[in-house]
Every structure is written in C-alpha cells, then in structure tokens.
Design a protein around this ligand. Structure first.
Ligand SMILES: Cc1cc2nc3c(=O)[nH]c(=O)nc-3n(C[C@H](O)[C@H](O)[C@H](O)COP(=O)(O)OP(=O)(O)OC[C@H]3O[C@@H](n4cnc5c(N)ncnc54)[C@H](O)[C@@H]3O)c2cc1C
Length: 582
C-alpha cells in the first residue's frame, strides 16, 4: 500500500512565516498529454522501468524476482548521463572517514534543504550497494597493493571517491550493468522506445490517483513498432536529468526532462525543481557553442588543479575554507562573478602541475577532449565556464522511491528523494541511483495488483513545434540559469508563452521532446520566480542570501483547472551540530 501522499511531506509548523507567494506572470499553456496515434499494440508486464542509466538498470536487476520486467529506453541503452560520469562515486570506506562525516558534508552542500533521513539512508546503505555493483562486474581503479584509489571533490572533507578508467567511471559502471542485465534472460530491454505519457488508472472516487502503465513510441515496424501501451503493476521512472533545456550543458541529448514532464502531466508532485546545479568547470568552446559540452571534472582540482581568473589570480583562495574544492554552487557563483567583473566569458583551470603522464593516465577523457580542440592540459591553461549539469529536485518520492501517485516510483536524477537538498554533493548521484533503485524493489516485494487502464484517456492532447527549442534553450540560459532575478524570470515566462503558441501538427520525436522541454522549463521558472531567496544552486540577484522563512520545499503539481499549483512545506528544524552554515 502506497502511503498517503500528504505524509511524504508533512513537517512541523514553521517558526518564521513565509511572505505570500508573489504573483506569477502568465505561463505557457501546456497540454495534459502528448498528441500521438492511439496505441496500436499492448503489452502486459509486472514492472516497466523507463530509462537505462544506473538507476533504471539497477532497478531492473533488483526487481528481477518480481515477475516480468521490461526496460524501455528512448535511444541506445547507454545513451544517458551515467555513461558520461567522470569523477567517481562516493562512499565511506577509508580509514578516518565516517558515516557522520559523509552525512555532514552532504547536508552542508544541500544548504539546509536535504531530508536528513534520506541522506542517512544514502550514506549507510551506499557501501553495500557499491559492493553489489562490484560483484556485478564494475572495476574501479586500484593501486599496486590492490586498494581502491580514492580522490576528493568539492564539498568532501575526506578522500572517499572511487573512480574507474581514470575519469571514465560512468562508462565502466554502465558497461557492467548492461552486461548484467543482458545476461539475465528474465529482463527484456527495448531500445529506441520513447515513453510519451503515464497512463492514469481508472480509480474509484475514494481511491488515490494511480498509474497503470505507459504509452510509448518504438522505432520500427510490425507488432512492436509505432505507438503502443505497456500495462504494468508498477512503473519505475528513471529518465535522468533535464540539461538539454539549457543552451549549454554537460548532459547528453536524451536529457530532455521527459520523465519529469510526463509525471507532471499525470498529476504527480515535483519538489525543489528550482535547484539546478551548474557545473563550474565545463570546457569553454567559444561563444557559439551549444548542446552537450565536455566536463573538466572536479577531480582535477581534487588532484591539485587550481582556478585562475583572466588576471592570472587564484581567485578561490580566501573565498571559502576549501578554496577550489568548495561546494559547486560556491565555486560556480564565484566564477560567474569573476567573469562578470572582468567582462569575459570564461576563467581557467590550471592543471599544468599534474604533468602529462598523470593527465593521460588519471584523466584520459578530459585529456582527449582538450587535445581535440588543440589544448594541451600539461602545458596550457584550460578555459572553462559553468554549464547546466544536474537537476537537484525532481519527482517527489519518499525514501522508498514512492511518488505521490500510486503505482509510480522514481529513482536516480529524475527523482527528488531528498538527498541533495538545494545543491548536490559531488559524486553522490551515482550512489543515489544504486540505493534508491534497490529500495524500490524491496518496496515492491508484493507487487501491487494490476490497475485498470482507462478505455480512453480523457486528457486534452497537444504538441509544441520542435522549431522553438533553440529559442527556449536560449531564454532558459539567459534568464533562468545560474543567476536569476524577477524581471528576467518574467521575461523568460513571456518568451516561453509566446513560443508555446507554435503548435505542431505532426507528432514525432522532436515535437514530443520540445513539448516536454517546454513543460519542464515553465515549471522550473515558476518555482524559481516564487523562491525569493538565494540558497544552494538557486541564486536570485534581487534576493541575496538565505531566508529562514524559505527553508523548506516548494512543491508543484499541474491540474486542469488552475495549471501549475504550488505548495510550500517548511523543513523541520536542524540540530545545531548539523546546521549547514558556511
Ligand atoms: C558529464 C557528467 C559527469 C558526471 N559525473 C558524475 C560523477 O562523477 N559522479 C556522480 O555521482 N554523478 C555524476 N554525474 C551525474 C550522474 O551521472 C547522473 O546523475 C546519473 O548518471 C543519472 O543516472 P540516471 O540513471 O538517473 O539517468 P541517466 O543515466 O541519464 O539515464 C536516463 C535514461 O532514461 C532514458 N530516457 C529519457 N527519457 C526517456 C523517455 N521518454 N523514454 C524512455 N527512456 C527515456 C535515457 O535514454 C537514459 O537511458 C555526471 C553527469 C554528467 C552529465
């Protein structure tokens, strides 16, 4: 039985009252489902997993004993962010490190909004889940004595991050998981299968809203090509992040926020979606660069790399006790300030002291990306600038991955499990994918009975034209990126509302994605407009600093009558020794 949704966010009364929400500007009008052909085929399974990154593949493996498992994924199986992860995966393992220290580091980075219970689950259960991943074949880098090589990244006070293939951690994890899933004949993987919408179940008036499966489009002909429906007792959403709604991002092309948009259309609650992490050091490829750009991992700074401004100064020293290894939001904001003050569009990572051999062995991916554009990291400064990297909020879940809709579960980057708060601690997200995917499987020990899909979906369909995407990305980057204010966010809303009028006649991959990107963009900018403070990854130029009254979670859901509905839930008080001051 899924808990009452309200219990997911209940919290004690707030000490400082929140001022009334500001008036939101008119937002784009959004369809309640994507226009598509009616399903031409139907499949019945026990669990359908949407997405094949670390979260989706782990969920599939862990759910294996529950019956028929189908993984649907919109491109090739390894196309998600997991494959691109560089720095590593964090868990407590070294002498001198403790669970409490990892929890503290996570809470500090989360700027007062982590859900402490979820963080404790992540940190205490993480080591066993990584052990399982290693058993499943993932090989991490080891020293000559066979011990794991550990590094540090921003916000970590101890060496606790293991890596693979130098800076190719995600590729190795994804390889191992794909191999484990494909070896398991009980798990069916369908590639090039884009989930369009969640199917709302028919429920009695006294029942909680529920999900009965997904509609999807599968590339190809025949009995399993075109638009179809998969009816399932449980849907596990593991669709990853939203980076592509911004002009420059570290995320791959599949990260268009489809899962977030589908959950929103189905009536699920999203939480803390205004918190979007901009990675401070993404390779700067000139003012015209667009889409996915190579990351220069924080691990370079963990190994001694320094940040240098256009005057050649090491500008993080004196700004934070951890200097270059301060949490990401601190470093990203300082870089944006340095760029604004000097009127330039990048700063530099100086990794020359590492020497060519370290670069080649420890950071082969970054070395290769730099060499491709004529930079030699052993002799040159590397130009970098912040770019959209990680979606800290997402579809609200409890610590078992249950969302506000019965039958719908979420894990990985698409979910807001509560572990990241206002800002994710580096290398915690791969760990989150492992831990919460397994918890969903445990929760589903008794897979719930099948729910009735409706004879017809009554929701009004719609579609936005794919041609709006570049303008949408530009507007989001300019007004709803790393630095925000009310005037800019209102301007962004007006631009998106105008773009959303360009509807598409013909359904297809690009217009489905464009409609999802518009839905996610509109929801993000509404939440960013409402939160009148600067905290973690959400920075308002017109409301500097944290406000105690805003120490809580902003929830948003969509309904037919009012469009986006917002709700604020104060966070419980923090014990003094865990107060995330810095
Ligand atoms: C460059 C880069 C470096 C990173 N480095 C690190 C790191 O060092 N450590 C760390 O902890 N984290 C890192 N991260 C973050 C981390 O990689 C991701 O948060 C994590 O891999 C997300 O896993 P996931 O399974 O939730 O999503 P993903 O791996 O993104 O997988 C999402 C899946 O959903 C599929 N999908 C999307 N939409 C649909 C749809 N409509 N229908 C069907 N399928 C769909 C995609 O095709 C994909 O298979 C990094 C991220 C990037 C981009």
């Amino acid at each position: 039985m899924v808990p009452d949704a309200a219990s997911l966010t209940s919290s004690p009364a707030q000490a400082t009252p929140l001022p009334p929400f500001p008036q939101l500007p008119p937002l784009p009008s959004l369809p309640r489902r994507l226009s598509a052909e009616p399903p031409g085929w139907v499949r019945e399974v026990d669990v359908v997993v949407v997405g094949s990154g670390i979260a989706g593949l782990t969920a599939a493996l862990e759910c294996r004993h529950l019956g028929t498992i189908m993984v649907v994924t919109k491109d090739e199986v390894a196309a998600g962010s997991t494959h691109w992860a560089q720095g590593g995966i964090a868990w407590v393992q070294a002498e001198g490190d403790t669970v409490e220290q990892h929890i503290d580091d996570t809470l500090v980075a989360g700027a007062g909004l982590c859900i402490e219970e979820a963080v404790r689950v992540l940190v205490t259960e993480g080591p066993d889940e990584v052990a399982k991943l290693i058993n499943r074949g993932a090989e991490f880098d080891r020293d000559l004595a066979g011990e794991l090589e550990l590094t540090r990244e921003g916000g970590h006070k101890r060496h606790r991050i293991a890596h693979a293939g130098g800076d190719a951690t995600g590729a190795e994890i994804e390889r191992a998981l794909i191999s484990a899933v494909t070896a398991d004949r009980g798990i069916e993987i369908v590639e090039h299968a884009l989930v369009l919408d969640l199917i709302p179940a028919e429920v009695d008036p006294d029942e909680a809203p529920a999900v009965a499966g997904v509609t999807l489009h599968v590339l190809g002909e025949g009995t399993r090509g075109g638009v179809g429906a998969v009816h399932a007792r449980a849907v596990v959403l593991a669709t990853g992040g939203i980076g592509q709604i911004y002009a420059v991002t570290t995320n791959p092309p599949v990260s268009t926020g489809d899962g977030v948009a589908a959950a929103l259309r189905a009536g699920a609650r999203l939480r803390d979606i205004e918190f979007i992490q901009f990675h401070p050091t993404v390779l700067y490829l000139g003012p015209g660069a667009r889409g996915q750009l190579p990351l220069v991992s924080e691990a370079v700074r963990g190994e001694g790399g320094q940040l240098i401004n256009s005057r050649g100064e090491r500008f993080m020293v004196g700004k934070h006790e951890l200097a270059e290894l301060a949490p990401r939001d601190v470093v990203a904001k300082q870089i944006m300030k340095e760029m604004a003050a000097a009127g330039v569009d990048h700063v530099y990572v100086d990794g020359r002291m590492l020497g060519e051999e370290t670069w080649r062995v420890r950071f082969p991916t970054i070395w290769h990306s730099c060499r491709q554009v004529g930079i030699n990291p052993a002799t040159d400064l590397i130009p970098v600038a912040p770019a959209c990297h990680y979606f800290c909020g997402g579809v609200e879940t409890n610590i078992d991955g249950a969302t506000s809709l019965s039958g719908l579960y979420a894990c990985g980057e698409v979910a807001s499990s509560g572990v990241h708060g206002a800002n994710r601690l580096a290398s915690n997200s791969l760990l989150e994918g492992l831990v919460f995917a397994r918890r969903i499987a445990e929760r589903l020990q008794d897979v719930p009975p099948p729910r009735r899909p409706p004879a017809q979906d009554p929701r009004k369909p719609g579609l936005i034209d794919r041609s709006v995407v570049p303008a949408l990305q530009q507007a989001m980057s300019r007004y709803a990126g790393g630095l925000r204010d009310a005037a800019g966010l209102d301007r962004c809303a007006a631009e998106l509302a105008k773009l959303a009028q360009q509807t598409a006649a013909e359904p297809g991959l690009e217009s489905w994605e464009a409609t999802n990107m518009m839905a996610v963009g509109a929801a993000i900018l509404a939440s960013a407009r409402l939160r009148e403070e600067s905290r973690g990854a959400h920075w308002r130029d017109d409301f500097e600093g944290r406000r105690e009254a805003w120490r809580g979670h902003l929830l948003v859901a969509q309904d037919d009558q009012q469009g986006l509905r917002h709700h604020f839930v104060p966070a419980p008080p923090m014990s003094v020794d865990r107060r995330p001051d810095r």
